[in-house]
Design a protein around this ligand. Structure first.
Ligand SMILES: [Zn+2]
Length: 275
């Protein structure tokens, strides 16, 4: 039975790959118009940046307290409790996207929380805390980091369990390559690599999770306009960098910023990022 499922999934992936590769060749005129729209976010317009119309997205990684991007469970709990004590509402990423597409100010301070990579601590430490606090979370995974069967790694079945409890799974490439560096190589190699890293990874998650994947987070937060075009043509609704900027709901940007939280940040600094 397992062999049959594996063969079926492999066949599906192959068919998708063959059918989609040619579709992802960018049409030049369309690409130019996309670039024209994309540069809008660099134009600093004078919209209201009140705290109710500006939505920060926090970005975390591992929860084992090792390394600058990994918080201890206790510190993460302090952050989660801080949000609760200060009436800051954690909303789903999809709610933020809806408000960007049809702008209307929120009636309270809201934020979005995301985690990148898909460490095992997402299952052992984040999941219980999500159940306790009831916060919706977006987890961007790269598919090479998700196992079919493993005791101390994230697996597809663990991800499916996590999604049922409010941890939404989205895409963070296939191998976590630096896509900006990769995109400057030889055209044929670049086309094949981007197809795997941006499009095929999306389809793999969709098949294993039985859902539509709409969001892509660039590995290391590194991107350029070519990559943004590629994501658009691969069917992503929005993409995410690691630029420290809040997201103003009257600016319908395609690439949204996220505040990368390090383990030496004080609560005062977190507060500044949120406000
Ligand atoms: Zn990452």
């Amino acid at each position: 039975m397992k062999v049959y499922i594996a063969i079926t999934i492999s066949t599906l992936l192959l068919l998708i790959a063959l059918g989609s590769y040619s579709l992802l060749d960018l049409n030049k005129n369309e690409a130019e118009s996309v670039i024209g729209q994309e540069v809008r976010w660099e134009v600093k317009e004078k919209e209201s940046e009140s705290r109710f119309s500006s939505v920060p997205i926090l970005l975390y990684h591992d929860i084992d307290g090792k390394g600058i991007y990994s918080l201890s469970k206790e510190t993460l709990r302090i952050h989660f409790q801080f949000l609760k004590d200060n009436n800051i509402k954690v909303i789903k990423l999809s709610e933020l996207i809806k408000s960007l597409e049809n702008p209307a100010p929120f009636h309270e301070k809201v934020i979005v929380i995301s985690f990148d990579d898909g460490f095992f601590s997402m299952y052992t430490k984040l999941l219980p805390m999500v159940k306790e606090f009831g916060y919706p979370i977006t987890l961007f995974v790269y598919t090479d980091n998700v196992y079919s069967k493993a005791n101390h790694n994230i697996t597809w079945s663990k991800l499916r369990k996590m999604e049922k409890s409010g941890i939404q799974v989205e895409c963070h490439s296939m191998s976590h390559a630096d896509l900006e560096e990769l995109s400057s190589g030889k055209l044929e190699i670049v086309q094949k690599k981007l197809f795997q890293e941006i499009y095929l990874s999306k389809r793999i998650i969709e098949l294993y999770m039985n859902k539509t994947v709409e969001y892509f987070a660039f590995p290391y937060g590194r991107y350029n306009l070519k990559l943004i075009d590629y994501c658009r043509f691969s069917g992503y609704r929005r993409v995410f960098s690691t630029a420290y900027r809040s997201n103003i709901i009257t600016r319908d940007n395609y690439c949204l910023g996220r505040g990368h939280i390090k383990n030496n940040y004080s609560l005062d600094l977190i507060k500044k990022i949120i406000e």
